[in-house]
Design a binder for this molecule. Sequence first.
Ligand code: FUC
Length: 345
Amino acid sequence: MYSVSKHSLNDQKFTLIEVVHKDIKVTFMDYGATILSIYVPDKDGVMETIVMAYDKLESYIENDMYLNAIIGPTSGRIQDATFRIGSESYVLDKNFLGTENLHGGKECFAFRFFEYEIVDQTDQTTITFTIEKREEGSAYPGNQIVKIIYTIKEGELSIEFTGETDKDTLMNLTNHAYFNLSGNMKRDILNHRLYVDSKYHLELNDTLVPIKISENINTRFDFACLKKIKNNFYDGIYDLKTKGIDEPFLLHTENIDHVQVIFTDDISKRGLKVYTTYPCIVIYTHNYPDTLDLLNGVVNRRHLGVCFETQLEPNGINIKNIDDGILRKGNEYYFKTIYKFYVEE
Ligand code: FUC
């Protein structure tokens, strides 16, 4: 079941789509193909949203946090905002520290309107958001059509990321949802528990660009057992440039039935499991809050949410022994991620 509403802002029309199935209500917006809320029950059946949310719709236009939006043409940082395909060299927008490209820079899909199509069935609803990227005026080669397909049904939200191109190009699509299972951002996430089935992460350089493969074992990236996130935080963590976790975790299987991440909250008893065919998840513990107001007057602060950004290895094109992330003309880009929600017994 779904309903559609239109909201005018600065001469632009924003479309909101609310989808309801048993024990789940999700609201999307055509701007950025953004998730505005995901309501699921806690142990007492109380429905609250488990993603961070701004107070006002217009905040999503500024959205320095890329809150819950779709990121593309590429996600994460690209070193020196430069990449090569064959003999051609491409220079992207240097929107991070004046030297690196972050999340596609000014071309980021988070700040564009998508077309949408809804297919509603008794037990599930599918929304296909489509965006076209033209070569003209773009720093990336070629024309691309990207479709983000959200499917909502009892206990889960899945996202299919699809794309095609008429020229070899770089493509790396993700969703930047900030999860907080306490419900309506009641508590921060340092007491949430996390398990990640990953043995390696990509180490960041001084400008936070992933540059090489590093082991997780016995480091703050070791979540091989379900444990409180704060257990992996130590006194000096605020001295780090990242102020928390902001690294790509490498996965060892791309099997959609395999649980890659478990995230739980002891108090609400809500749980989240992440499945994906992508080879990597950037785990970001909301280390750089912006100053925009959040829903219900909640104060925006560090570690109030976690992003599980399933994607290709960011900056892969510039790292040895990592997939280059090039989408070839004639090939289909297709990855799927499932977020499953549950209440612990
Ligand atoms: C994440 C991070 C960044 C950033 C941003 C809002 O993906 O990797 O460091 O600040 O999103």
